[in-house]
Design a protein around this ligand. Sequence first.
Ligand SMILES: [Zn+2]
Ligand SMILES: [Zn+2]
Length: 146
Amino acid sequence: MEAAVGELLAPIQPALKLTTNLCLLFFVVFSIALVFWTWRDADRRGVMPWFWALVVLLFNVFGWAIYMVVRPPESALDARERELEIRAKEVELLREGQTCPACFQPVEPDFLICPSCMKKLRKECISCGKALKLDWQVCPYCKTKQ
Ligand SMILES: [Zn+2]
Ligand SMILES: [Zn+2]
């Protein structure tokens, strides 16, 4: 009986072995990726990256689950960095047409000159009269060359 089963499985034996090996390989790659991810995440949050990498290495997904539960929220430093980034973007936006580049008074995006210092901010399209940036070669509203 046993011999019969062995005979039956014989043709697919290599395929079975390959499948098992592939599963094993996937598991190994997955584990390494998990360890690496945990190490980097812990490093970013400043909580003993080597310790947590070791925990995940030893307990795999369970170690990772524990880490996910006890890991601190993103560090204050990170939050502050993001805040600074947003502030910088705001300043950039302000500079981009929201304030006069000469006197820094607030101006509307369609102002042709600054009402405070008379600086020329935009030019009028020769065809449709919309406010264009001074370096625009063509009007984006009516396609007329300037
Ligand atoms: Zn001005
Ligand atoms: Zn135009």
